[in-house]
Design a protein around this ligand. Sequence first.
Ligand SMILES: Nc1ncnc2c1ncn2[C@@H]1O[C@H](COP(=O)(O)OP(=O)(O)OP(=O)(O)O)[C@@H](O)[C@H]1O
Ligand SMILES: [Mg+2]
Length: 137
Amino acid sequence: MTELGTESARLEIIGDDDVVRVRQLARSYAQQVKLSLVDQTKLVTATSELARNTLTYGGGGAAEIGIVRDDHRTGVRASFQDSGPGIPDLDLAMTDGWTSGNGLGLGLSGARRLVDDFELDTEVGRGTTVTVVKWSR
Ligand SMILES: Nc1ncnc2c1ncn2[C@@H]1O[C@H](COP(=O)(O)OP(=O)(O)OP(=O)(O)O)[C@@H](O)[C@H]1O
Ligand SMILES: [Mg+2]
């Protein structure tokens, strides 16, 4: 996936406040690259869900958010990393309505639909990294 440039920031995710900060940062970069209001909201919603998962299931972690560019487009990339338990069955975890906890089971599947690029790396016992990109059009 496209590498983050200099316009990026890293945030620890250890509490509820950090989820709010992730949302604010995602919104700010989304405005900088002139995403439409609808796309801004899609990106912010996706990052919010992923940050929440990092906190709830990953036991905390970090987010890296910033502006990405390729030859034709500008976008916002957000990456969430934790060193938690990992996801044993990814297909199941990506299924609408499946939760191992008390959620709605819509965070991961919803986030995937809301962004343009979605990448999930996970290993049981090692942790999980989810990276998403929303491109401006
Ligand atoms: N970072 C993570 N580490 C370990 N497991 C995860 C992680 N993120 C998601 N999961 C697993 O994937 C499942 C589905 O995640 P998803 O976000 O779709 O639903 P949820 O968090 O359970 O509910 P919702 O997000 O709708 O409130 C979770 O219940 C959990 O078992
Ligand atoms: Mg969730």
